[in-house]
Design a protein around this ligand. Structure first.
Ligand code: FES
Length: 106
């Protein structure tokens, strides 16, 4: 994926070889944050979007799980509202190279 594929403030899900879930990539300016698309509300995790790439709450301020309404901080992955307070998303380390290409780190 390229940074230009994701508008500032947006989020998209991507398939990554070797992962059984999508990776949510959130962009804030020139920074990107990667999270496994697995809500920590239930053991093992649950996909969070109700439709393709619908990973944010209505105001676009948090990552949202549409199953039971949990909200997560985009930069830390911490649950800030909902049934899994005290838990957090699993980070996927990302790298943006000099051309703007975004890739996962091993
Ligand atoms: S599965 Fe995400 S809030 Fe319940």
């Amino acid at each position: 994926m390229h940074l230009d594929d994701l508008p500032d403030g947006g989020a998209r899900g991507f398939d990554v070889p070797g992962l059984r879930c999508k990776v949510i990539v959130v962009r804030r300016g020139d920074q990107v944050f990667g999270w496994r698309d697995l809500c920590p509300h239930y053991a093992g995790g649950t996909p969070m979007a109700w439709k393709r790439d619908a990973y944010l709450n209505g105001a676009g301020t948090h990552i949202a799980c549409h199953a039971h309404g949990a909200w997560f901080d985009m930069e830390t992955g911490a649950c800030v509202q909902g049934p899994c307070l005290g838990k957090r998303l699993t980070r996927v380390p990302l790298r943006v190279d000099e051309t703007g290409t975004v890739s996962t780190l091993p």
